[in-house]
Design a protein around this ligand. Structure first.
Ligand SMILES: [Cu+2]
Length: 377
């Protein structure tokens, strides 16, 4: 415990100990340190063998080298390893205990339309604001109606829909209704189907919601930046006649994944500020995955299988089961989960660098909580 691997690693670690958020900020540095320390640890694996060959006792503790979160040299004493493990575990525990951590702002809230002559009218205003992705971490966001993701639009197959966008941003924008089958001139792509909506201007889209399913709306102008900053939302068209498999759902949950300037987020928040899905044993859950990011995210649910019913709003020829479902950019996948296994079940992206680090879980992690009626009665 007395020697240092390198001052910079220890300083970086020490500096980050007070807050978990600070740890996450420093994660890039820590990962680099971990690699370096891991390499050092690997180099030292020969050391104990040499000692053993020389007949010396290996338990004198004198070989305890640097104790770091980055990796335990082979010659560390058990006590030193335990102490290092305790330090790391404390950070992991702190994150999990904080879940679900409160933050300012909640996205993806249902937007009630105004009905004008039978037309469902939704108004969106795009503005710049500060958005809290996890406790204390505020980032610049471009948002519809001050929400990231933007408010959830839900209509029924056959509805006439009008969406009015007001642009209060510093760039032009436009809305594309991703997956919704609209007339060409309502497709929302500047210079292909309309002029850009300049700062200070409004634009009105109108169409009949023809194809039921889980769709999205987002900016289609400088989109890597604008969608990355939050100009996106769910656009759900409910079927006139639901299929038996999609009836009697206790929780219909939209889960929008993103990986832009706000980090790895589920519905605009990173763990531990993500929202758990809570149901009672025996209830049915529908999850509508939507990927608004630029990376793939294989979403893995512990404890219960998922039955895949729709891809991009289109019913599968036959529902099929899995426990990990890859959601690629632009895709929507709908699954049904029969919540028959009580407990708190981890639910996360299985690209582990999107979900977990030496400092604990972060980003694309949430939980499915299945309450046991008996226990809670
Ligand atoms: Cu991921």
């Amino acid at each position: 415990m007395t020697s240092k691997l390198t001052p910079s690693i220890e300083e970086a670690i020490e500096e980050t100990i007070p807050t978990r958020r600070a740890f996450l900020k420093k994660s890039a540095m820590a990962v680099a340190a971990a690699s370096a320390a891991g390499a050092l640890a690997a180099c030292r694996t020969e050391e104990p063998k040499a000692v053993a060959a020389g007949g010396a006792a290996a338990h004198d503790g004198g070989h305890a080298a640097a104790v770091t979160l980055a990796g335990a040299p082979a010659a560390m004493s058990l006590d030193a390893k335990r102490k290092a493990a305790d330090e790391m575990d404390a950070m992991h525990e702190k994150g999990v205990k904080a879940f679900p951590a409160p933050t300012a702002g909640k996205g993806n809230q249902l937007l009630k339309p105004r009905v004008e002559n039978g037309v469902k009218v939704f108004e969106l205003t795009a503005t710049e604001l500060q958005w809290e992705t996890e406790p204390g971490k505020k980032v610049l966001a471009w948002a519809y109606n001050e929400q990231v993701p933007g408010p959830q639009i839900r209509v029924t197959e056959g509805d006439r829909v009008r969406v009015i966008i007001r642009n209060e941003l510093s760039e032009s924008t436009a809305i594309h209704f991703h997956g919704v089958l609209t007339p060409n001139d309502q497709d929302g792509v500047p210079f292909i189907t309309q002029p850009p909506v300049k700062p200070g201007e409004s634009w009105t889209y109108e169409f009949i919601a023809k194809n039921a399913g889980s769709h999205m709306y987002h900016s289609h102008h400088n989109a890597a930046k604008q969608v990355g900053l939050g100009l996106l939302g769910a656009f759900i068209i409910e079927p006139k006649k639901p299929r038996p498999i999609e009836r009697n759902v206790a929780l219909d949950y939209v889960m929008i994944l993103n990986d832009g300037m706000h980090g790895f987020t589920i519905n605009g928040k990173g763990f531990p500020a993500t929202e758990p899905l809570v149901v009672k044993k025996g209830q049915k859950v529908r999850i509508r995955y939507m990927n608004e990011g630029m990376m793939i995210h294989p979403m893995h649910l512990h404890g219960m299988p998922m039955t895949v019913i729709d891809k991009d709003g289109y019913p599968q020829p036959m529902p099929w089961m899995c426990d990990t479902l890859n959601i690629a950019p632009g895709e929507r996948w709908d699954v049904i989960v029969e919540a028959d296994n009580p407990g708190v079940w981890a639910f996360h992206c299985h690209i582990l660098t999107h979900a977990e680090s030496a400092h604990g879980m972060f980003g694309m992690v949430t939980a499915l909580i299945v309450e046991d009626g008996k226990k809670n009665a």
